[in-house]
Design a protein around this ligand. Structure first.
Ligand code: SAM
Length: 276
């Protein structure tokens, strides 16, 4: 007799309810929900998911770069495509991440700032890969700030503020990597987004203004003040908006290139100080 993996009646029933509600990955979701809870607690989680709340907000965590990151209801769920920002940020770290020179003189840790950090997916994964960094993350939404503090723990500073507004003054002219997945959806396009985003993520996390570039405009205008002489700015954008995002950084006196990862379906602008 061939033995098959046992699927208990509970799991079958959960899969059925998820599938009826339109969840494409019903089997995977059922397994995660059953891992998370049982009985009345499971029923409560299932009811939220069936009503359309993103799975990550229901579970209280999202997977990103191999990590489980805390996500509260209403907070932006990190997307897989933001892995491009992470890879570009890692590549942009100053080569000398050693903590001492040959003369044993301490070298300051590279400074990384994540603006509009949400749950601080990029900063947390970067710190996981390079533990010696001086990391500061910032967001305007108190719920996002709470999640970022949980994810980064005591190894980083998380501040609540409007873009650069909450950053410590000591970072002016010292930021080696400034990374931001700021909102870039044009206001008029929000109505066309999937309900999971439109109804369950804060409008603050999505709305980039009339052309989607309001936040990019403000970041480009102020970035140079905060960058170290060899610092890099990395901003997620869309294929369609990328030329306009890059042009904002060029107008602010920086060199800018568009970076693309087809596998992640991700686009970003990388900006540095002009050479010469
Ligand atoms: C698209 S979400 C991205 C979150 C996170 N970077 C990620 O990729 O998971 C944008 C974030 O920007 C924050 N935000 C929007 N306007 C802001 C502002 N003026 N200053 C700081 N944060 C802002 C939102 O609260 C939200 O967390």
């Amino acid at each position: 007799m061939v033995e098959t993996a046992a699927v208990g009646p509970d799991e079958e029933a959960v899969v059925r309810r998820l599938r009826t509600a339109g969840c494409v990955w019903a089997e995977d979701e059922a397994r995660l929900l059953l891992e998370a809870a049982a009985g009345a607690e499971l029923e409560a989680l299932l009811a939220r998911r069936v009503a359309g709340e993103p799975l990550e907000q229901v579970l209280g965590w999202a997977g990103f770069a191999g990590l489980r990151l805390a996500v509260e209801p209403g907070v932006f769920v990190p997307r897989r495509r933001t892995g491009l920002l992470l890879d570009l940020a890692e590549a942009a770290l100053p080569a000398a991440t050693a903590t001492a020179t040959a003369d044993d003189v301490a070298v300051p840790a590279p400074v990384v700032v994540e603006l509009c950090c949400g749950v601080a997916a990029v900063a947390t994964a970067l710190l996981h890969r390079s533990p010696g960094l001086d990391v500061v993350a910032s967001d305007l939404d108190p719920a996002a700030v709470r999640c970022a503090r949980r994810n980064l723990g005591p190894r980083a500073l998380v501040v609540e503020g409007d873009l650069f507004g909450g950053l410590p003054a000591r970072l002016r002219g010292r930021v080696d990597v400034l990374v931001a997945n700021a909102p870039y959806v044009p206001t008029g396009a929000i109505a066309t987004m999937p309900p999971e985003a439109r109804l369950h993520e804060s409008p603050l996390a999505l709305d980039g203004g009339a052309d989607g570039l309001d936040l990019h405009r403000r970041i480009a205008a102020e970035a140079a003040e905060w960058l170290s002489p060899t610092g890099t700015v990395l901003v997620e954008t869309s294929v369609r908006q990328a030329p306009a995002t890059a042009a904002l950084f060029v107008a602010a006196g920086l060199d800018a290139t568009v970076e693309r990862d087809d596998e992640l379906d991700a686009t970003a602008v990388r900006a540095t100080r002009s050479v010469g």
